[in-house]
Design a protein around this ligand. Structure first.
Ligand code: SAJ
Length: 404
């Protein structure tokens, strides 16, 4: 495989694993982030996020000299945009990071280069990148045709399994024109062992949003069921286990809500572009958000009988065995309990974080020893290994099936 110069914009959960994987494959990778602390950490061969085996990969990429982090982009054969695409007020997509990354690479793009948008994006964003680059660099447009390629290849990796899924998963590559799609697909085929599926940019964008909306809708079903079971005083886990014995039923797990930067965000991108049609997708989001306050109310109801309850909230991250707090339902639930019950002492247990402003983060042992009420919010492995006999005499509220 030819060595390429690759500029990766954004060194977060997607950009950093991608940059370091490509560097260990022999490419010369120039990683860019707006945070100088992130750049310094990576250049020391360390990492700023928790992801299994990423530390080893980054260390080897940096020590080989093939990965350098910087605050500024550089000339390259290929640019990968892996920046956040959150939503703004009113659940409308906030494309400011994509726009800023596009603007900052514009001076470095040359004829023949390939620009890939990996960020999960609303339909039309890849075309927007192509149009903005063309407007900023009219010298790269000849007779109305771009002399560079632009494609969307949505990231699909599951946090916690990123390094394996980066290579193993099938990838969707959508070009703003067929040539862009082919050039981008050829690049991914050099390091992806899954299949690389070629389409246009808009279809690729919607396919990615569809994947996460599908999962959100299915979790909403489980969460709605858990609230129905709460009203009927039936164990939701038993209902699901029994129903799932049907050959065509596969209900997902209820939890304290749905978090992360993907499922809690991406469905809104569909809703915002087809709001009259996307009724189920919108309702699923609403159900999953409502689940968070439902859990809070259950805790407050049970805490009422204590004068000064000590409440242990197990988990703050958005899902098991990671440190990521983005859109975390556990964080929201814990914060809401603290606000609603100032007389309570709320002990937060998060084995993947040492401290967090505004929270009394304590070790599991201490929290369980002191708590009147134990709230299971995230099924982290150390929690699952806990000696259950220590929960006798405690009020236990299990929002994530930790103690089932
Ligand atoms: N969750 C449940 N019940 C379940 C499964 C998950 O409540 O049965 C919750 C989790 O606790 C978490 C949220 O859903 O709060 C999301 O977790 P997740 O593991 O389903 O997914 P993410 O957000 O970490 O990653 C998703 C993945 N998408 C799909 O599985 C369709 C991943 O492949 C994507 O790459 C990623 O979004 C992304 O970046 O878009």
């Amino acid at each position: 495989m030819n060595t390429q110069r690759i500029c990766v914009m954004g060194l977060g959960y997607i950009g950093l694993p991608t940059a370091s994987l490509l560097a260990t494959k022999g490419h010369k990778v120039h990683g860019v982030d707006v945070r100088s602390d992130v750049v310094d950490t990576i250049n020391r061969g360390s990492i700023h996020i928790v992801e299994p085996e990423l530390d080893v990969l980054v260390r080897s990429a940096v020590h080989s000299g093939n990965l350098v982090a910087s605050l500024e982009p550089a000339e390259a054969d290929l640019f990968v945009l892996a920046v956040p695409t959150p939503f703004a007020e009113g659940h409308v997509p906030d494309l400011s990071y994509v726009d800023a990354a596009t603007e900052s690479i514009a001076p470095y793009v040359r004829a023949g280069n390939l620009v890939i948008l990996e960020s999960t994006s609303p339909v039309g964003t890849t075309e927007r990148v192509a149009e903005r680059l063309s407007a900023l660099r009219p010298d790269l447009v000849e007779d109305g045709r771009r002399t560079f390629h632009v494609a969307h290849c949505p990231e699909r990796v599951l946090p916690g399994h990123i390094l394996r899924e980066l290579v193993d998963n099938d990838r969707i590559v959508g070009g703003v024109d067929p040539a862009s799609a082919e050039v981008a697909a050829a690049f991914y085929r050099t390091f992806v062992s899954g299949e690389v599926l070629v389409t246009n940019a808009r279809t690729a964008e919607l396919a990615k949003l569809t994947e996460n909306s599908f999962r959100d809708v299915n979790i909403a079903f489980a969460n709605e069921l858990s609230m129905v079971c709460g009203t009927l005083d039936i164990d939701v886990w038993e209902v699901i286990a029994l129903a799932n014995r049907h050959p065509r039923v596969q209900i997902l797990n209820p939890g304290p809500g749905v978090g992360g930067h993907c499922l809690a965000v991406d469905p809104w991108f569909i809703v915002s572009s087809a709001s009259d049609e996307a009724r189920l997708i919108r309702t699923a989001r609403e159900v999953n958000v409502a689940k968070e306050d439902w859990v809070v109310r259950r805790v407050l109801d049970r805490a009422e009988r204590f004068r000064k309850p000590v409440i242990a909230c197990l988990g703050l991250a958005y899902k098991p065995d990671i440190d990521d707090l983005r859109e975390s339902p556990a964080l929201h639930v814990t914060r809401s309990i603290i606000e609603a019950m100032p007389e309570a002492e709320v002990l937060a247990v998060e084995p993947n974080l040492r401290e967090l402003e505004g929270f009394d983060v304590v070790p599991l042992e201490e929290a369980i020893g002191r708590a009147d009420i134990v709230v299971g919010l995230v099924a982290h492995t150390p929690f699952k290994r806990m000696d259950r006999s220590r929960l006798q005499e405690k009020v236990v509220i299990d929002a994530c099936g930790l103690f089932r």
